[in-house]
Structure formats: structure tokens, C-alpha cells
Design a protein around this ligand. Structure first.
Ligand SMILES: Nc1ncnc2c1ncn2[C@@H]1O[C@H](COP(=O)(O)OP(=O)(O)O)[C@@H](O)[C@H]1O
Ligand SMILES: [Mg+2]
Length: 426
């Protein structure tokens, strides 16, 4: 009886909080907040904003097809969300005294840890569905739509939680340093680097991808970096950005792994591997990073699938290798990286010439006040999307529909690892 009453209460609170739209913050707002706001203010903001963001996405989970909702992994994810939602609501009417603030911080750490395997577990749920049911193209389309929104919501919730923990938790070394005045002041505000050195992030991602590539192919392509001449605003100056370095690293690491694999496979009969070139440019509006490889490119008919979850042409990493990081094979690299780019209103696009190579471009907003969070919002239109059926294809929107039809042929079945590897930065 008590469980039923509790669930009814959760459902009432979900209805209540999902009426509100999430409030997107810009990188500039995150910084101003980090510099000026008190822990108390952050607590008061988060105890409403976190339940709003959670409720918005939980309402959407509830719209998924019934047979997907019955999959064990999806049930597990749903339970985590309910539990975390309830835990934050405990603070709804609490006075922000020091004890409560400390307890709030430790609850956030607990919630963050609980959700660290959400991406893999949800993906596992989709696999469970595909293994036990026939999945039609409409369901496939809804799942793709849902996963983009679900993972984006997760990125945003983790960003809010991480900012609070980094700024205010006494447990994290550096949290207090970040707020210290004078020479001890770090250039970090929470997890945002106010002078993020793009080149060092590129080199870091390259070296780590190269390490995997060397392990797998016993060789790897070199890196050529073009930067200094492409700063439109401050000529001959290195390009810095105000950004979350772990997000940038995640995207670059995924792109490097993809390019390296393509180069090594395409030139497998030779000892010479053409280098990967990265060009960094800065304009008034955008900062762009273009990674160009000569890995043979991708045919036009497959480009539609690149951003689909679980689309991969790599062999499935074996389960016994679950503790190591594979070079490729889960098919999550591109779609999740694009979400990171889009999260602050940037983008990630691929342009390929089959028979030659691929260019991948990461766009980021150059101005931190324009780098606003892009958040999924739950409303009537969202519910309609899940219920509607796909339109019949005609030539004017052919690309999308060819993609939808082919996905079940091209998508391979994968077993996902239990932890790690997919989502280092999440
Ligand atoms: N630079 C590239 N050159 C050629 N093919 C690529 C490139 N980047 C991505 N691809 C193709 O896109 C697929 C999906 O990439 P991704 O989402 O990173 O998943 P994974 O790397 O695990 O296969 C790859 O399997 C590959 O076929
Ligand atoms: Mg990849």
C-alpha cells in the first residue's frame, strides 16, 4: 500500500514539475553564477531546476513503446530517475543552512554516480528490444528521436550537478581554489575553462587515440595542425575558447579514432599512412575545428546512418575486452559527439568524398553569451511525435526515408560493455 501511495505521489510531482520549461543557461551565465552566486543561491536554483529537467525527460520516457518500457535495462534506468527525482524533492522545503547544503552536495554526488552508466544501460535496453521483438521503422525513428533528447537532457543535468559540486563541495580539491581571489585563482570556473587552449586539447585527444591505434594496427597516422594563421580577430594569436574542455576532448577523441581507423584500413597494403590534418579557425561568430583524413571516405548512401545510434562498420568489440577501450564498434561516437557540440549551440558535421577521405567539422560559438544550452522540452507536440506515423516518402525528403528503410539492414547487433568506454566525459 505504501509503495502505491509513494508512486502516486511521484506521478503527481512529475505532472507538477513537467509543466515548467527548463531554463537554459549560457556559458557566460554559468561563469557569472560561478563567480558571484552563493552556494545557497545555487541550491535554491537547483532544487527546482533539476526536478524540472528530470520531470521533462521522465514524461518522455513514459511515452516510449510499451515493449521497450518492459525491457529490464529500461526498467533499471527508469528506477534510477525516479529515485533521483524523489531525493531532490526531499529538499523542496528545506532551509538552506550549512548542514542541509552539505547534505545536498553529497546527494548530488550520489545521484551523479548512480547515473554514470545510463548511456550504456539505455542502449542495452534498445538491444534487448531488438533481440526479442521485430522493430518497425516508426519505432526505430521514435527511439532515435528519444535517445537524442534523452542523452542531451542527461548532458545538461550532469553539467548543472558538476558545476555545483565543483564550486561548492569541500570534498573536491580545487573547488575552493576556483573561488579564491588573487594569484591562487584558477582559470577554471567549475568545469568551464575560461581560457581553454584548443591546441592542447587536440594534442591530448590525438595522443590518446593514437595509443589505441598503435595497439590495434601497430602504426598510426601523423597529425598536422594548422592554427595560428586563422584567427580573424587577433591575428597571429593562439585561439582560446571559454568552454568545457572535457566536452571538447570527447568530440575530438571520437573523431580521431574514426579518422585513424579509416586511414589505417584504407591504406592497409602500404607502409605509408597519410596524416590527419586539423585546422582551427576563429571568426566573429564561430570557432571551427576541421579534421581532414584521407581514409577513403564514406559513400553517400551510408552518410544518413552515421549519426544513428549503434550504426557501426567496425567489428563488435568482444565482451572479454570490456575493461579496455576499443578503437571503434559501438556506433555511439558520432551521435553523442554531435550532442556535445549542439549542447552549447554548436554543431558537428561530416562531409565525405568516397574514394578519398572525410572532413569532420566541429562548430562552437565564439561568444560565451551566445553559447546557450540546447534543451529538450516536453510538451503536447512531443507526445504527438511519438504517436504519429511516418509520412510516405517522396523525392523531396528522400534522404531521410532512404535512411529509415535501410537502417535495419545496415545496423549490426552489438552487445554493449557494462561500464566505461562510451562516455568518458559524461
Ligand atoms: N572519418 C571517417 N572515415 C570513414 N568512415 C567513417 C569516418 N568516421 C565515421 N565513419 C563511419 O561511421 C561509422 C560510425 O562511427 P561512430 O559513430 O564513431 O561509431 P564506431 O566508430 O563505433 O563505428 C563508423 O563505423 C564508420 O563506418
Ligand atoms: Mg567511432
Amino acid at each position: 500500500m505504501r509503495i502505491i501511495a509513494r508512486l502516486q505521489n511521484v506521478s503527481k510531482m512529475l505532472d507538477f514539475y513537467s509543466q515548467f520549461n527548463p531554463s537554459p543557461l549560457s556559458i557566460k551565465k554559468f561563469i557569472d553564477f560561478g563567480l558571484n552566486a552563493s552556494e545557497e543561491k545555487s541550491f535554491i536554483f537547483l532544487r527546482k531546476e533539476l526536478p524540472v529537467r528530470l520531470a521533462n525527460i521522465m514524461k518522455e520516457i513514459a511515452l516510449l513503446p510499451d515493449n521497450l518500457l518492459r525491457m529490464p535495462s529500461v526498467i533499471a534506468v527508469n528506477d534510477w530517475y525516479i529515485r533521483s527525482f524523489q531525493e531532490i524533492l526531499e529538499f523542496e522545503k528545506k532551509d538552506p543552512n550549512p548542514d542541509i547544503l552539505e547534505h545536498f552536495c553529497s546527494e548530488l554526488v550520489k545521484i551523479r554516480n548512480r547515473h554514470s552508466d545510463v548511456v550504456e544501460t539505455m542502449a542495452q535496453g534498445v538491444l534487448e528490444l531488438k533481440e526479442s521483438h521485430d522493430v518497425d521503422s516508426h519505432t526505430e525513428h521514435s527511439i532515435q528521436y528519444f535517445l537524442d533528447r534523452f542523452y542531451m537532457s542527461r548532458i545538461s543535468i550532469r553539467m548543472l550537478i558538476n558545476q555545483h559540486i565543483h564550486l561548492f563541495s569541500a570534498l573536491i580539491f580545487g573547488g575552493l581554489l576556483e573561488r579564491a581571489p588573487g594569484p591562487n585563482k584558477s582559470k577554471y570556473i567549475g568545469c568551464i575553462d575560461t581560457q581553454c587552449d584548443i591546441v592542447s586539447v587536440i594534442r591530448d585527444a590525438y595522443e590518446n587515440a593514437r595509443f589505441l591505434c598503435d595497439q590495434y594496427y601497430l602504426a598510426s597516422p601523423e597529425l598536422i595542425l594548422n592554427e595560428i594563421h586563422h584567427n580573424q580577430l587577433e591575428k597571429e594569436q593562439f585561439i582560446n575558447i571559454v568552454y568545457v574542455p572535457s566536452h571538447l576532448y570527447h568530440m575530438l577523441f571520437e573523431l580521431f579514432k574514426n579518422s585513424m581507423r579509416a586511414v589505417m584500413e584504407y591504406h592497409n597494403t602500404s607502409d605509408l599512412f597519410p596524416p590527419i590534418t586539423v585546422t582551427v579557425s576563429r571568426g566573429r561568430e564561430d570557432i571551427c575545428l576541421k579534421m581532414s583524413d584521407q581514409g577513403g571516405g564514406i559513400s553517400r548512401s551510408t552518410t544518413d546512418h552515421l549519426f544513428k545510434y549503434m550504426y557501426s562498420t567496425a567489428p563488435q568489440p568482444s565482451k572479454s575486452d570490456a575493461h579496455t577501450v576499443p578503437l571503434a564498434g559501438y556506433g555511439y561516437g558520432l551521435p553523442i559527439s554531435r550532442l556535445y557540440a549542439r549542447y552549447f549551440h554548436g554543431d558537428l558535421v561530416l562531409l565525405s568524398c568516397e574514394g578519398y577521405g572525410t572532413d569532420a567539422v566541429i562548430y562552437m560559438k565564439a561568444l560565451s553569451n551566445e553559447a546557450n544550452e540546447l534543451l529538450p522540452i516536453f510538451n503536447k507536440a512531443t507526445s504527438r511525435f511519438y504517436r504519429s506515423t511516418l509520412q510516405t516518402g517522396d523525392w523531396s525528403n528522400q534522404a531521410t526515408h532512404i535512411g529509415d528503410r535501410q537502417i535495419s539492414i545496415h545496423t549490426k547487433k552489438h552487445q554493449l560493455p557494462q561500464q566505461e568506454s562510451l562516455t568518458r566525459a559524461l
